[in-house]
Design a protein around this ligand. Structure first.
Ligand SMILES: Cc1cc2nc3c(=O)[nH]c(=O)nc-3n(C[C@H](O)[C@H](O)[C@H](O)COP(=O)(O)OP(=O)(O)OC[C@H]3O[C@@H](n4cnc5c(N)ncnc54)[C@H](O)[C@@H]3O)c2cc1C
Length: 397
């Protein structure tokens, strides 16, 4: 087993590091820089950063060059993710467009959709939202009730979506709506995926406040909103198949970036524990806490080796399919484990977004709070475990 990267991969790493050193301002790598910004300002700064990366050829690492990508390998993408996490570069503002929509459009979009959607998205000129979840349809996506009635060359949309990431900053939304009736009780039939302009009178986004105080997601209401019939992705009535294809692009992603990020968080937690007092001694000397820190580190190391295994599989051209659910379970639970230890170190201060100015805990607290949601979005743990049980292990339903 050879766990080294190839010479070409290491060349790419050097090139990327040099570019990051020259282009990512030191202050943007500091949590305090972001902690002081409002969500609109930080969104715009991150959007500019993303556009700069794309202009320099450091976006769409694995995408074909005809779409403005770099035509790279899975290992180059893993190195890219790892270096971005290591440099504490801002996270992407267009995750749903980049990870889900773009590869789906490349696979099944019309020529016009490929031309109009992919490049603007890569350069962050268009921010995309994902409008799947509804108040009565989260894990059970086939229960959606939003309707799209055909009217001439358009659809008329009425309904509501919820938990929409970037709802307040979105330009467009790919969303699921009923364009027909369920066929003979088949709930998956009669659904279409529509690409809808959010800057129109019939679309209203309202913020939902999270426990961090931010509103990264919101509710989106459609009242006689319109969508041209040419903006159906994958054909009318094929929404279920289109959605399954789109969600499959979540798979195959390695967890190397997550490992790097959570490992940095673990190091910070150890640093905080060394500075915090517990019964007259540094908290880090508490034997129970030490065991929990060690347990979290063991999970982190398991995640690292698992992510290398995944990378080996994808580099050899193997589609991970449902095994990807294991990666999602592992990284989201490891994240929670690290943040649970942090919670034990700081105690009740964990629940306060600006806990102790003397320890600069704000960003760490916000990250730890965010970890709570990762076991829900993108498919909850319970649903992922069912997938692993049935589709990977072949257990009976
Ligand atoms: C931070 C965040 C961002 C999000 N962003 C988006 C977004 O941009 N776009 C979007 O469309 N959605 C988004 N979501 C919604 C997310 O995808 C849903 O929350 C998720 O799919 C779960 O659906 P639900 O909340 O309706 O819970 P439900 O589906 O009602 O589930 C409630 C509980 O029941 C369990 N459960 C449900 N069905 C089963 C089953 N068959 N077997 C076992 N257990 C089951 C679930 O695991 C869960 O614990 C986001 C959510 C969060 C937290």
């Amino acid at each position: 087993m050879d766990l080294r990267f190839s010479a070409q991969d290491e060349d790419f790493r050097r090139e990327l590091r040099a570019w990051l050193d020259a282009n990512l301002p030191a202050e943007m790598r500091e949590p305090a820089f972001w902690a002081g910004k409002g969500s609109d300002e930080s969104f715009e700064l991150r959007r500019e950063w993303e556009a700069r990366k794309a202009a320099a050829g450091f976006a769409g690492i694995q995408w074909p060059t005809e779409y403005g990508g770099r035509g790279g390998t899975p290992t180059m993408k893993a190195i890219y993710d790892e270096e971005m996490a290591r440099a504490a570069a801002p996270s992407t503002v267009n995750p749903l467009g980049l990870a889900f929509l773009a590869p789906t459009v490349m696979a099944i979009g019309t020529d016009a959709q490929k031309r109009d959607i992919i490049r603007p998205l890569l350069h962050c000129e268009t921010i995309w939202c994902q409008g799947f979840s509804e108040p009565g349809a989260g894990s059970d996506l086939a229960a959606i009730s939003m309707r799209a009635e055909p009217q001439g060359e358009e659809y008329l949309l009425n309904g509501q979506k919820i938990w929409t990431t970037n709802a307040l900053h979105g330009d467009k939304i790919f969303t699921m709506a009923r364009t027909g009736t369920p066929d003979g009780g088949k709930r998956h039939a009669g659904i279409s995926m529509l690409l809808v302009d959010m800057h129109q009178l019939g679309v209203e986004a309202r913020p939902l406040k999270q426990m961090t105080g931010a509103s990264e997601f919101g509710e989106v209401f459609f009242t006689d909103a319109t969508c041209p019939k040419t903006d159906v992705l994958g054909g009318e009535g094929n929404g279920w198949a289109t959605a399954m294809l789109l969600l499959s692009f979540e798979r195959g992603s390695s967890a190397i970036a997550q490992y790097t990020e959570f490992r940095r968080m673990w190091d910070e937690v150890v640093g905080v524990a060394a500075r915090m007092d517990r019964d007259g001694r540094p908290a880090v000397e508490d034997p129970v806490l030490r065991q929990e820190l060690a347990a979290a580190l063991i999970e982190l190391e398991c995640l690292k080796y698992h992510s290398w295994h995944v990378l080996t599989q994808t580099s050899n051209g193997r589609d991970l399919g449902f095994e990807a659910s294991m990666t999602k379970i592992m990284w989201s639970e490891t994240f929670r484990r690290v943040s649970d230890v942090y919670e034990k170190v700081v105690g009740t201060a964990f629940a306060v977004p600006k806990p102790r100015p003397d320890l600069s805990l704000e960003e760490l607290t916000t990250t730890a709070m965010w970890s709570r949601s990762c076991t829900i979005w993108g498919g909850s743990q319970q649903v992922q475990r069912t997938v692993v049980a049935e589709r990977v292990l072949g257990l009976p339903r």
